[in-house]
Write a protein of this length. Sequence first.
Length: 202
Amino acid sequence: MTRTHITVFVLVAIVALVLGLTVNKVLSSKGQGDPAALLDAGIVLLPQPRSLPALTLTNQDGKAVAVDQLKGDWTLLFFGYTHCPDVCPTTMGEMAGWFEALGDDAAELRAFFVTVDPARDTPEVLDGYVSWVSDRITALTGPQTEIDKIVKAWAAVAERVDGDNGDYTMNHTASVYLINPQGGFEGTIAYGESQETAVGKI
């Protein structure tokens, strides 16, 4: 090892030590969990999705569904909307492909499409949207306040983007959440991920 290599190694070790001490100080101080304190220290903690919240939504058949009762089986959860031009129809088609590829292994797998645009996505609209894809996917809608709760609970993104003539689109999370039988976060399937990788995660 040359003198240059040794110098670089020592500098890297010092930086790592300082960073570690800074993180430890911030997290162990009274400012623990305080976003402002973390940002001041140059630390960014990504929000972690939580368990299914206690609220009731409506499926495409007009029936009430208690979200916190969606437990007991592995579940795929996707946030989207029927006016979505690309991500949603693509992901819905991919979901149908995952069920087909899994075959009998998907007998106890469930999938839910939660609209982030309840103003336009009524149960009737959602029924027509999901029925062409797969009978294994359940669509959910509800009051905006309830949609906001489930979006927040899973640290998802759902933002209205106004366009011309009163029209609008929705900026939303493109990944599919994988929920374990206990109703907790297990992982995500990224938009455009290969079927082989997605099925392997499921």
